[in-house]
Design a protein around this ligand. Structure first.
Ligand code: 4AD
Ligand code: MG
Length: 462
């Protein structure tokens, strides 16, 4: 039987713990060649096996196989038999001195990922190969670790994970940008054939999860979400992941406390579990990244009323600042440029903007006593704008019903209204854009570079 290969991750773990590493002698490693160079006498292969951000160096020397080894190409998958040698003082702490190198899968000459650095745009076109690059190795491992951070935070705090449906009959946000789900009979789409009514992909699991909050107190969803707005920006995808916690007996202040805690927890978790990846981002993607994140950890998030924000934006315009939309007035929906001005220029860090005009926010948000605003909070961050949207929910039956009747969306949502009749209570929740949180933590500035196969309008190559 073939000898079992040891992962590069395991090698570094054993080296770090000291135990048993010195007893390691002969090893088999396998992975993909990042680079292969030689000086005529000694050759060096940087081998990456994907189990850890680091690579391991393979050294081969003169002998009958030298010529063959020197021809192994970038991208080839190989299996190396050799022994470990410590290399104190070198860039890497140890290397594998190869006895034999077997090519498992050769690379055709048209392999798109050659040695030199490729642009993000180019790599997007190579979505199936880009996980083999340094940058995307880091991005997608951090994405995986970040998902674990989310689950760990909520599970440790007693939240129940609820799988709300992907197919739904409601447009929770009322934005009207849904993807329809229908069957095809005889080559023709039929919208009501299957469910007897129109169905769509979910834009938010919130309404469904509210019912669970009124049973379990603290709950969360975490799954794919779909929106058909054709916003061609670096922050919008038509398929993205969202985390939607919902808490019974909680108000807007409680909501913001949890938002701030979970964001800080995620940053700490990723810094702790992915130090090499984070150093890489800090060096190559965003030079101030670690300093920024440490600042976020060290300071409380600022809070600002929407009304105050409008005043500050008006002052900015008076002072000569030019926004693309310079007509700042109370009641307007803030664009990303306005959000960014507030978080980048005014508070220079994360900012909760609260108590928005009711007309520009979703129907389920709780109306404040002023009759004009709702208890909403958006969490804005420099470089991106909104990464979290949350609110206290309207728990008063009559007020909610009047609103829904006015919008004409009561039909099919009677059950949602009923929650206010059957033991309803004060409750609040929020939605974190998972991909946007990943952008914030890694410094990657386009959502297309945080998703394995990004879905944006006119883009379905893979
Ligand atoms: O602000 P949104 O629309 O809020 C909701 O959907 C609420 N139901 C959440 C809740 O209270 N349970 O979306 C929440 C977050 C945004 O702040 C943003 O980070 C992200 O989801 N998001 C998107 N991310 C990527 N692409 C898009 N098209 C996004 N739309 C929203
Ligand atoms: Mg929002």
């Amino acid at each position: 039987m073939e000898e079992k290969a040891i992962s590069v991750r395991k090698l570094y773990e054993m080296f770090a713990s000291g135990e048993n590493f010195s007893k390691l002698n002969e090893v088999v490693a396998q992975g993909w060649v990042r680079t292969n160079r030689n000086n005529g006498k000694v050759g060096f292969i940087v081998l990456h096996d994907g189990t850890v951000f680091k690579s391991v160096q393979i050294v081969y020397t003169e002998g009958e196989s030298f010529l063959a080894n020197s021809k192994i190409k970038t991208g080839a998958s190989i299996r190396v038999h050799g022994h470990i040698a410590l290399t104190p003082g070198m860039q890497q702490p140890f290397e594998i001195q190869a006895k034999t190198i077997e090519v498992l899968g050769d690379v055709a000459d048209d392999y798109p990922l050659q040695k030199k650095q490729s642009s993000f745009e180019f790599l997007r076109e190579q979505a199936y190969l880009r996980p083999r690059t340094n940058t995307f190795d880091a991005v997608f491992r951090v994405r995986s670790v970040l998902a674990m951070a989310i689950h760990t935070f909520f599970q440790e705090n007693g939240f129940v994970y609820v799988h709300t449906p992907e197919i739904t009959g409601n447009d929770a946000e009322g934005a009207g940008s849904v993807f329809s789900v229908c069957t095809e009979r005889n080559g023709k789409p039929d919208e009501t054939d299957f469910y007897g009514r129109k169905a769509s992909l979910t834009v938010s699991g919130q309404l469904h999860v509210e019912a669970f909050a009124l049973a379990f107190k603290d709950v969360y969803t975490f799954g794919p979400t779909f929106r058909a707005e054709k916003s061609n920006t670096p922050r919008h995808a038509s398929e993205f992941w969202m985390i939607e916690p919902e808490m019974a007996f909680a108000d807007l202040e409680d909501d913001m406390e949890v938002i701030e805690s979970v964001i800080k927890y995620c940053i700490r978790y990723v810094l702790d579990k992915c130090p090499d990846e984070m150093q890489f981002f800090n060096k190559w993607i965003d030079k101030g990244l670690l300093e920024k994140l440490n600042n976020v950890l060290a300071n409380p998030f600022k809070k600002m009323e929407y009304t105050e924000a409008i005043k500050l934006l008006q002052d900015a315009v008076k002072g000569g600042h030019k926004f693309e939309n310079n007509k700042i007035e109370w009641g307007m929906d803030l664009q990303s440029e306005h959000e960014r001005y507030l978080t980048e220029q005014i508070v220079k860090g994360p900012l909760f903007l609260i108590n928005y005009p009711k007309e520009i926010k979703a129907f389920y948000m709780r109306e404040n006593d002023d009759g004009k605003t709702v208890a909403a909070c958006d969490c804005l961050v420099p470089g991106e704008g909104e990464i979290v949207g949350g609110s206290q929910r309207e728990e008063r039956y009559e007020i909610l019903k009047a609103k829904m009747d006015k919008l004409g969306n009561t039909e099919g949502l009677e059950w949602y209204l009923n929650l206010r009749k059957y033991g309803g209570c004060k409750h609040a929740g929020f939605g974190i854009g998972f991909d946007r949180l990943l952008m914030y933590i890694t410094g990657i500035n386009n959502i297309r570079d945080t998703e394995p196969y990004p879905r944006t309008s006119s883009n379905l190559k893979y």
